[in-house]
Design a protein around this ligand. Structure first.
Ligand SMILES: *Cc1c(COP(=O)(O)O)cnc(C)c1O
Length: 397
Protein backbone atom coordinates (compact mmCIF):
# COMPACT_ATOMS: atom_id res chain seq x y z
CA UNK A 1 0.00 0.00 0.00
CA UNK A 2 1.21 3.50 -0.75
CA UNK A 3 0.71 5.82 2.20
CA UNK A 4 0.67 9.60 2.02
CA UNK A 5 4.13 11.23 1.88
CA UNK A 6 3.17 13.31 4.90
CA UNK A 7 3.49 10.39 7.30
CA UNK A 8 6.89 9.42 5.95
CA UNK A 9 8.29 12.82 6.88
CA UNK A 10 7.89 12.33 10.63
CA UNK A 11 9.15 9.85 13.24
CA UNK A 12 7.27 8.29 16.16
CA UNK A 13 7.71 10.18 19.46
CA UNK A 14 11.08 8.84 20.73
CA UNK A 15 10.21 9.31 24.41
CA UNK A 16 7.02 7.28 24.05
CA UNK A 17 9.01 4.67 22.07
CA UNK A 18 11.63 4.32 24.82
CA UNK A 19 8.99 3.93 27.51
CA UNK A 20 7.32 1.24 25.36
CA UNK A 21 10.65 -0.55 24.87
CA UNK A 22 11.42 -0.45 28.62
CA UNK A 23 7.96 -1.89 29.33
CA UNK A 24 8.46 -4.65 26.75
CA UNK A 25 11.81 -5.64 28.32
CA UNK A 26 10.19 -5.65 31.77
CA UNK A 27 7.49 -7.97 30.46
CA UNK A 28 10.32 -10.33 29.41
CA UNK A 29 11.48 -10.34 33.02
CA UNK A 30 14.34 -7.83 32.77
CA UNK A 31 14.78 -5.50 35.76
CA UNK A 32 14.73 -2.18 33.89
CA UNK A 33 14.97 1.19 35.64
CA UNK A 34 13.22 3.76 33.46
CA UNK A 35 14.38 7.36 33.23
CA UNK A 36 12.53 7.83 29.97
CA UNK A 37 9.02 8.76 31.03
CA UNK A 38 7.93 12.35 30.60
CA UNK A 39 5.26 12.23 33.28
CA UNK A 40 4.95 12.61 37.07
CA UNK A 41 5.03 9.29 38.94
CA UNK A 42 2.45 10.56 41.46
CA UNK A 43 -1.20 9.59 41.35
CA UNK A 44 -3.76 12.22 40.30
CA UNK A 45 -4.89 14.01 43.52
CA UNK A 46 -8.04 12.56 45.15
CA UNK A 47 -10.16 15.73 44.89
CA UNK A 48 -9.60 15.74 41.11
CA UNK A 49 -10.51 12.06 40.74
CA UNK A 50 -13.64 12.63 42.86
CA UNK A 51 -14.78 15.41 40.51
CA UNK A 52 -14.55 13.01 37.56
CA UNK A 53 -16.48 10.30 39.43
CA UNK A 54 -19.16 12.84 40.27
CA UNK A 55 -19.36 13.88 36.60
CA UNK A 56 -19.90 10.26 35.58
CA UNK A 57 -22.54 9.68 38.24
CA UNK A 58 -24.37 12.84 37.23
CA UNK A 59 -24.42 11.72 33.61
CA UNK A 60 -22.05 14.38 32.32
CA UNK A 61 -21.02 11.97 29.61
CA UNK A 62 -22.19 13.53 26.36
CA UNK A 63 -20.63 15.83 23.75
CA UNK A 64 -19.72 19.23 25.10
CA UNK A 65 -19.03 22.41 23.12
CA UNK A 66 -16.08 21.74 20.76
CA UNK A 67 -13.73 24.21 22.44
CA UNK A 68 -14.55 23.14 26.00
CA UNK A 69 -17.23 23.88 28.60
CA UNK A 70 -17.62 27.46 29.86
CA UNK A 71 -16.94 26.32 33.43
CA UNK A 72 -13.46 25.10 32.42
CA UNK A 73 -12.77 28.13 30.22
CA UNK A 74 -13.66 30.33 33.20
CA UNK A 75 -11.33 28.32 35.46
CA UNK A 76 -8.53 28.83 32.90
CA UNK A 77 -9.33 32.55 32.60
CA UNK A 78 -9.27 32.90 36.42
CA UNK A 79 -5.95 31.05 36.60
CA UNK A 80 -4.31 33.22 33.92
CA UNK A 81 -5.49 36.34 35.72
CA UNK A 82 -4.47 35.10 39.21
CA UNK A 83 -1.05 33.75 38.19
CA UNK A 84 0.06 36.21 35.52
CA UNK A 85 -2.35 39.15 35.56
CA UNK A 86 -3.37 38.18 32.02
CA UNK A 87 -6.93 39.08 30.94
CA UNK A 88 -8.64 36.68 28.54
CA UNK A 89 -12.23 36.30 27.35
CA UNK A 90 -13.94 32.96 26.69
CA UNK A 91 -13.51 33.58 22.96
CA UNK A 92 -9.72 33.66 23.56
CA UNK A 93 -9.48 30.21 25.15
CA UNK A 94 -9.79 26.74 23.60
CA UNK A 95 -9.56 23.44 25.45
CA UNK A 96 -8.00 20.52 23.57
CA UNK A 97 -7.11 16.86 24.15
CA UNK A 98 -3.77 17.73 25.79
CA UNK A 99 -1.31 20.57 25.27
CA UNK A 100 0.23 18.57 22.42
CA UNK A 101 -3.13 18.68 20.63
CA UNK A 102 -3.40 22.45 21.19
CA UNK A 103 0.09 22.88 19.72
CA UNK A 104 -0.68 20.62 16.78
CA UNK A 105 -3.89 22.49 15.97
CA UNK A 106 -2.20 25.85 16.41
CA UNK A 107 0.61 25.05 13.98
CA UNK A 108 -1.90 23.59 11.49
CA UNK A 109 -3.98 26.78 11.39
CA UNK A 110 -0.95 29.11 11.43
CA UNK A 111 1.72 27.59 9.21
CA UNK A 112 2.02 26.29 5.69
CA UNK A 113 4.63 25.61 3.04
CA UNK A 114 7.20 28.38 2.90
CA UNK A 115 6.73 29.40 6.51
CA UNK A 116 9.55 29.06 9.02
CA UNK A 117 9.13 28.30 12.71
CA UNK A 118 12.03 29.16 15.00
CA UNK A 119 12.72 26.41 17.55
CA UNK A 120 15.57 26.82 20.05
CA UNK A 121 17.47 23.55 20.65
CA UNK A 122 17.53 21.52 22.84
CA UNK A 123 13.80 21.30 22.10
CA UNK A 124 10.85 19.14 23.08
CA UNK A 125 10.78 16.20 20.64
CA UNK A 126 7.37 16.93 19.12
CA UNK A 127 7.83 20.55 18.00
CA UNK A 128 9.83 19.65 14.90
CA UNK A 129 7.48 16.92 13.67
CA UNK A 130 4.41 19.05 14.33
CA UNK A 131 5.89 21.84 12.18
CA UNK A 132 6.91 19.37 9.44
CA UNK A 133 3.37 17.92 9.37
CA UNK A 134 2.06 21.40 8.57
CA UNK A 135 4.43 21.56 5.58
CA UNK A 136 6.41 24.37 7.22
CA UNK A 137 10.16 24.47 7.92
CA UNK A 138 11.62 24.19 11.42
CA UNK A 139 14.53 26.58 11.93
CA UNK A 140 16.63 25.09 14.71
CA UNK A 141 18.74 27.49 16.77
CA UNK A 142 21.39 25.84 18.94
CA UNK A 143 21.63 27.28 22.43
CA UNK A 144 24.81 26.31 24.30
CA UNK A 145 25.02 25.01 27.86
CA UNK A 146 27.25 28.01 28.79
CA UNK A 147 24.24 30.28 28.26
CA UNK A 148 21.99 27.98 30.30
CA UNK A 149 20.53 26.51 27.07
CA UNK A 150 18.69 29.77 26.51
CA UNK A 151 17.99 31.74 23.36
CA UNK A 152 19.67 35.15 23.29
CA UNK A 153 18.64 38.23 21.27
CA UNK A 154 21.79 37.78 19.10
CA UNK A 155 20.99 34.15 18.27
CA UNK A 156 17.37 35.04 17.61
CA UNK A 157 18.25 37.94 15.27
CA UNK A 158 20.39 35.63 13.16
CA UNK A 159 17.52 33.14 12.78
CA UNK A 160 14.85 35.61 11.68
CA UNK A 161 14.04 35.90 7.97
CA UNK A 162 11.09 37.40 6.11
CA UNK A 163 9.55 33.91 6.21
CA UNK A 164 9.63 33.62 10.01
CA UNK A 165 6.06 32.89 11.01
CA UNK A 166 6.37 31.82 14.63
CA UNK A 167 8.77 31.08 17.45
CA UNK A 168 8.27 28.40 20.09
CA UNK A 169 9.49 29.13 23.62
CA UNK A 170 9.35 26.54 26.40
CA UNK A 171 10.21 27.63 29.94
CA UNK A 172 10.94 25.69 32.10
CA UNK A 173 12.25 23.51 29.34
CA UNK A 174 11.87 19.89 28.50
CA UNK A 175 14.62 18.49 28.18
CA UNK A 176 17.04 20.89 29.92
CA UNK A 177 14.98 22.22 32.83
CA UNK A 178 16.32 25.71 32.17
CA UNK A 179 13.97 28.64 32.64
CA UNK A 180 13.90 32.25 31.41
CA UNK A 181 14.03 35.23 33.73
CA UNK A 182 11.74 38.16 33.05
CA UNK A 183 14.58 40.37 31.77
CA UNK A 184 15.70 37.65 29.34
CA UNK A 185 12.19 37.42 27.89
CA UNK A 186 12.02 41.21 27.64
CA UNK A 187 15.24 41.21 25.62
CA UNK A 188 13.81 38.57 23.26
CA UNK A 189 10.53 40.48 23.03
CA UNK A 190 12.42 43.56 21.83
CA UNK A 191 13.73 41.51 18.88
CA UNK A 192 10.34 39.94 18.17
CA UNK A 193 8.33 43.18 18.32
CA UNK A 194 9.36 44.67 14.94
CA UNK A 195 8.62 41.35 13.16
CA UNK A 196 5.24 39.80 12.40
CA UNK A 197 5.99 36.52 14.21
CA UNK A 198 3.50 34.80 16.46
CA UNK A 199 4.98 33.75 19.79
CA UNK A 200 4.05 30.29 21.02
CA UNK A 201 4.73 29.99 24.73
CA UNK A 202 4.62 26.41 25.98
CA UNK A 203 4.15 26.92 29.73
CA UNK A 204 3.33 23.31 30.64
CA UNK A 205 6.02 23.21 33.40
CA UNK A 206 5.31 26.66 34.87
CA UNK A 207 4.38 25.21 38.29
CA UNK A 208 7.47 23.00 38.50
CA UNK A 209 10.23 25.47 39.47
CA UNK A 210 12.78 25.32 42.30
CA UNK A 211 14.65 27.52 44.73
CA UNK A 212 12.27 30.46 44.41
CA UNK A 213 12.66 30.86 40.62
CA UNK A 214 9.75 33.05 39.58
CA UNK A 215 7.85 32.10 36.47
CA UNK A 216 7.15 34.91 34.05
CA UNK A 217 4.99 34.69 30.94
CA UNK A 218 6.19 36.49 27.81
CA UNK A 219 2.53 37.36 27.17
CA UNK A 220 2.64 39.57 30.28
CA UNK A 221 5.38 41.87 28.92
CA UNK A 222 2.98 44.22 27.15
CA UNK A 223 -0.41 44.34 25.50
CA UNK A 224 1.31 44.26 22.11
CA UNK A 225 3.13 41.05 23.04
CA UNK A 226 -0.03 39.50 24.48
CA UNK A 227 -1.87 40.19 21.22
CA UNK A 228 0.64 38.11 19.27
CA UNK A 229 1.28 35.37 21.81
CA UNK A 230 -0.50 32.06 22.17
CA UNK A 231 0.03 30.52 25.59
CA UNK A 232 -0.19 26.73 25.57
CA UNK A 233 -0.64 24.91 28.85
CA UNK A 234 -2.47 21.98 30.41
CA UNK A 235 -3.08 19.93 33.51
CA UNK A 236 -0.84 16.94 32.63
CA UNK A 237 2.38 17.90 34.39
CA UNK A 238 1.29 20.13 37.31
CA UNK A 239 -1.54 17.85 38.47
CA UNK A 240 -0.20 14.44 37.45
CA UNK A 241 -3.00 14.12 34.86
CA UNK A 242 -1.15 12.95 31.74
CA UNK A 243 -3.73 10.28 30.93
CA UNK A 244 -6.73 12.60 31.18
CA UNK A 245 -5.72 14.51 28.02
CA UNK A 246 -6.68 18.09 28.78
CA UNK A 247 -4.64 21.02 27.51
CA UNK A 248 -5.51 24.49 26.35
CA UNK A 249 -4.43 27.50 24.32
CA UNK A 250 -5.09 31.16 25.13
CA UNK A 251 -4.46 33.96 22.68
CA UNK A 252 -5.86 36.20 19.93
CA UNK A 253 -9.53 35.56 19.10
CA UNK A 254 -8.87 34.91 15.41
CA UNK A 255 -6.38 32.14 16.21
CA UNK A 256 -8.57 30.53 18.87
CA UNK A 257 -11.59 30.54 16.54
CA UNK A 258 -9.52 28.81 13.83
CA UNK A 259 -8.26 26.16 16.27
CA UNK A 260 -11.84 25.54 17.41
CA UNK A 261 -12.97 25.16 13.80
CA UNK A 262 -10.18 22.65 13.09
CA UNK A 263 -10.98 20.76 16.27
CA UNK A 264 -14.64 20.54 15.22
CA UNK A 265 -13.49 18.45 12.26
CA UNK A 266 -11.10 16.15 14.09
CA UNK A 267 -11.61 15.31 17.77
CA UNK A 268 -14.72 17.40 18.53
CA UNK A 269 -14.70 18.22 22.25
CA UNK A 270 -12.11 16.98 24.74
CA UNK A 271 -13.49 14.30 27.10
CA UNK A 272 -16.43 15.61 29.14
CA UNK A 273 -15.48 14.00 32.45
CA UNK A 274 -11.81 14.99 32.12
CA UNK A 275 -12.96 18.59 31.64
CA UNK A 276 -14.88 18.45 34.95
CA UNK A 277 -11.80 16.99 36.65
CA UNK A 278 -9.69 19.82 35.21
CA UNK A 279 -12.07 22.44 36.64
CA UNK A 280 -11.35 20.95 40.06
CA UNK A 281 -7.61 20.81 39.33
CA UNK A 282 -7.49 24.55 38.51
CA UNK A 283 -10.03 25.83 41.07
CA UNK A 284 -9.51 23.36 43.92
CA UNK A 285 -6.91 22.83 46.63
CA UNK A 286 -3.39 23.36 45.22
CA UNK A 287 -1.45 21.66 48.04
CA UNK A 288 -0.73 18.52 45.97
CA UNK A 289 1.24 20.65 43.51
CA UNK A 290 3.50 21.98 46.26
CA UNK A 291 3.99 18.45 47.62
CA UNK A 292 5.05 17.14 44.21
CA UNK A 293 7.40 20.08 43.55
CA UNK A 294 9.05 19.53 46.95
CA UNK A 295 9.63 15.86 46.12
CA UNK A 296 10.96 16.70 42.63
CA UNK A 297 13.40 19.22 44.11
CA UNK A 298 14.86 16.66 46.50
CA UNK A 299 15.24 14.16 43.67
CA UNK A 300 16.80 16.77 41.40
CA UNK A 301 19.51 17.51 43.96
CA UNK A 302 20.27 13.83 44.43
CA UNK A 303 20.35 12.91 40.74
CA UNK A 304 22.51 15.91 39.78
CA UNK A 305 25.06 15.14 42.52
CA UNK A 306 25.11 11.42 41.67
CA UNK A 307 25.62 12.11 37.95
CA UNK A 308 28.38 14.63 38.60
CA UNK A 309 30.15 12.04 40.75
CA UNK A 310 30.60 9.91 37.60
CA UNK A 311 33.99 11.03 36.21
CA UNK A 312 33.06 11.33 32.53
CA UNK A 313 29.63 12.95 33.02
CA UNK A 314 28.85 16.57 33.80
CA UNK A 315 25.34 17.62 34.70
CA UNK A 316 24.05 21.20 34.98
CA UNK A 317 21.54 22.02 37.74
CA UNK A 318 18.10 22.59 36.20
CA UNK A 319 15.77 25.34 37.49
CA UNK A 320 12.55 23.52 36.72
CA UNK A 321 10.62 20.62 35.13
CA UNK A 322 11.65 17.07 36.12
CA UNK A 323 14.51 16.30 33.76
CA UNK A 324 18.29 16.44 33.87
CA UNK A 325 20.32 16.82 30.70
CA UNK A 326 23.88 15.68 31.43
CA UNK A 327 26.75 16.07 28.97
CA UNK A 328 28.06 12.60 28.15
CA UNK A 329 30.28 13.45 25.16
CA UNK A 330 33.47 12.62 27.11
CA UNK A 331 32.42 8.97 26.72
CA UNK A 332 32.27 9.12 22.93
CA UNK A 333 35.01 7.14 21.23
CA UNK A 334 35.24 4.64 24.10
CA UNK A 335 34.07 1.03 23.84
CA UNK A 336 33.14 -2.05 25.82
CA UNK A 337 33.50 -5.62 24.51
CA UNK A 338 33.71 -4.37 20.93
CA UNK A 339 30.70 -2.02 21.21
CA UNK A 340 31.86 1.47 20.35
CA UNK A 341 30.00 4.52 21.68
CA UNK A 342 29.99 7.24 19.04
CA UNK A 343 26.90 9.24 19.95
CA UNK A 344 23.95 9.63 22.34
CA UNK A 345 21.90 6.90 20.63
CA UNK A 346 24.77 4.40 21.01
CA UNK A 347 25.09 5.32 24.67
CA UNK A 348 21.35 4.97 25.34
CA UNK A 349 21.35 1.55 23.64
CA UNK A 350 24.45 0.50 25.63
CA UNK A 351 22.91 1.61 28.94
CA UNK A 352 19.74 -0.32 28.19
CA UNK A 353 21.62 -3.50 27.19
CA UNK A 354 24.42 -3.41 29.75
CA UNK A 355 22.98 -1.52 32.72
CA UNK A 356 19.23 -2.18 32.38
CA UNK A 357 18.62 1.58 32.47
CA UNK A 358 16.41 3.46 29.98
CA UNK A 359 17.41 7.03 29.06
CA UNK A 360 16.58 9.17 26.01
CA UNK A 361 19.35 10.15 23.55
CA UNK A 362 19.99 13.90 23.38
CA UNK A 363 19.95 13.66 19.58
CA UNK A 364 16.16 13.37 19.79
CA UNK A 365 16.10 16.81 21.44
CA UNK A 366 18.54 18.36 18.98
CA UNK A 367 21.85 17.97 20.87
CA UNK A 368 23.83 14.77 20.49
CA UNK A 369 26.30 15.51 23.31
CA UNK A 370 23.69 14.89 25.99
CA UNK A 371 21.16 12.36 27.27
CA UNK A 372 17.89 13.10 29.04
CA UNK A 373 16.85 11.46 32.29
CA UNK A 374 13.48 12.04 33.90
CA UNK A 375 13.63 12.04 37.70
CA UNK A 376 9.89 11.59 38.07
CA UNK A 377 10.59 8.28 39.78
CA UNK A 378 11.38 7.17 43.35
CA UNK A 379 14.59 8.15 45.17
CA UNK A 380 15.42 4.47 45.57
CA UNK A 381 15.25 3.86 41.81
CA UNK A 382 17.16 7.06 41.10
CA UNK A 383 20.01 6.00 43.38
CA UNK A 384 20.14 2.45 42.03
CA UNK A 385 19.80 3.61 38.41
CA UNK A 386 22.63 6.14 38.59
CA UNK A 387 24.85 3.54 40.30
CA UNK A 388 24.22 1.23 37.35
CA UNK A 389 25.05 4.02 34.89
CA UNK A 390 28.27 4.75 36.80
CA UNK A 391 29.36 1.11 36.69
CA UNK A 392 28.54 0.81 32.99
CA UNK A 393 30.53 3.97 32.24
CA UNK A 394 33.57 2.58 34.11
CA UNK A 395 33.49 -0.40 31.75
CA UNK A 396 33.82 1.92 28.76
CA UNK A 397 37.49 2.30 27.91
C1 LIG B 1 4.41 16.89 28.21
C2 LIG B 1 4.63 18.08 27.35
C3 LIG B 1 3.60 18.62 26.56
C4 LIG B 1 2.28 17.92 26.31
O1 LIG B 1 1.49 17.72 27.36
P1 LIG B 1 0.03 17.11 27.18
O2 LIG B 1 -0.86 18.13 27.75
O3 LIG B 1 0.04 15.84 27.99
O4 LIG B 1 -0.24 16.87 25.74
C5 LIG B 1 3.82 19.79 25.86
N1 LIG B 1 5.02 20.39 25.91
C6 LIG B 1 6.04 19.90 26.63
C7 LIG B 1 7.33 20.62 26.62
C8 LIG B 1 5.89 18.71 27.36
O5 LIG B 1 6.93 18.21 28.02
Amino acid sequence: MKLAQRIGRIKPSPTLAITAKANALRAEGRDIIGFGAGEPDFDTPENIKAAAVKAIQEGFTKYTPVGGIDELKDAIIAKMSRDHGLPYKRSQVVVSCGAKHSLYNLIQILCEEGDEVIIPAPYWVSYVDIVVLAGATPVIVDTPEEGGFKLTPELLKKAITDRSKAIILNSPSNPTGSAYHRRELEALAAVIEPTSMTVISDDIYEKILYDGFEFFSIAAISEALRNRTVVVNGVSKAYAMTGWRIGYAAGPEEIIAAITKLQSQNTSNPTSIAQKASVEALNGDQSAVAMMVKAFRERRNIIVDALNAIPSISCPLPQGAFYVFPNVSALYGRSCKGTKIANSSDLAAYLLDEANVAVVPGADFGNDNYIRLSYATSLKLIEEGIKRIGRACTRLV
